[in-house]
Ligand binder design. Structure first.
Ligand code: 5GP
Ligand code: ZN
Length: 111
């Protein structure tokens, strides 16, 4: 998937502020943050949507979000995780990613 922005970040042909990396995942600061903390947790394999990734990968992403929330000091106050899927949710990058947002209040329902 050479044209994919996140694949390019993973292979280091595009820059990003990396906050975590292991064999399976990378986590980067969002280029257009919607909260004081806005990190994207991205599998290194190119799965277009949440429907394409195995449960083990989805579990790793969620577990990593919780660990990063603690590391980034947003755990106590609380935070939001979001996975957008396709058009109605506003998915713009067709490489699965989980948004970790914190450092401000979020409303529910989201509207
Ligand atoms: P989506 O709308 O697909 O759920 O979220 C895509 C996210 O990727 C957006 O929040 C957008 O700001 C972020 N994004 C798009 N291009 C880049 C980029 O080149 N670098 C980084 N760090 N984030 C990006
Ligand atoms: Zn990709």
């Amino acid at each position: 998937m050479k044209q994919c922005i996140f694949c390019k970040i993973i292979e280091r042909s595009l820059p990003a502020e990396i906050v975590f990396e292991d064999d399976n995942l990378i986590a980067i600061r969002d280029i257009n943050p919607q909260a004081p903390v806005h990190v994207l947790i991205i599998p290194k394999i190119h799965y277009p949507t949440i429907e394409d990734a195995p449960a083990a990968v989805l579990g790793e992403m969620c577990a990593r979000a919780a660990r990063l929330a603690s590391d980034l000091k947003i755990s106590t106050d609380g935070y939001r995780t979001v996975v957008n899927c396709r058009d109605h949710a506003g998915q713009t990058v067709m490489h699965l990613h989980l948004h970790l947002l914190g450092g401000r209040w979020f409303h529910w329902p989201p509207g």
